[in-house]
Write a protein that binds this ligand. Sequence first.
Ligand SMILES: [Zn+2]
Ligand SMILES: [Zn+2]
Length: 225
Amino acid sequence: MQYHINTGLIYAELKKDCECPLCSIEKIVDEQFINEYLNDAVCDDDARKEVNAYGFCAEHYEKMFKRPNKLSLALQIFTRLKTVRTNAGIPKDAKSALKTSESIIASEKTCIICKTLDYAMTRYYMGIADLFTKDPAFSDLLLNGKGFCLHHYAKLLEYAKYAGDKQKQYVAVLAQTEEKALDRMTAELKWFCDKHDYRNRTKPLGTSQDIIPRMYKKLYGKDLT
Ligand SMILES: [Zn+2]
Ligand SMILES: [Zn+2]
């Protein structure tokens, strides 16, 4: 599998005022893959083999269904279902029923788009570590940002070794950025609570106004809808 990250996208998203630039990147890359699986991938034999083997998770099925290209989805689901039925087989007794059951349960857990997205995002985690080693201004870009959601912070830490001989400095910058972000949000959350005290009723809520949805993003990497 080959995937080339877009470093321009990393810079653009890091400069934006948001609680997790990697969530934004993941959303953009996810959209690209959904488009691919609704267009070119339908006529590509290798891609179809992978779709047959992995299928789509419920979330990606739903995202694809919301797009206009229903035929592309139908064609892929048609052959995927064939694979699932062939692999599962028709149980003849309790022993083979267990095998059929395991095969069906396993088929629920795979998704070609999730798999491809995971691979692409891993390249981004490695790429960010690499940019830290190459661009002297990158450290400030991270420190001036609002940090990452906890999941993406954990992922950046997991791949910190890709910062080579600067991995110690990289981990320190990541930790400092995230600590600053969590301190800021803790203070915003505290003010949200304190504001409910009648003595504070005339004081402005300020940035604490939307702390609950922003905290959701920080904790779960998703937007509260
Ligand atoms: Zn995130
Ligand atoms: Zn999926």
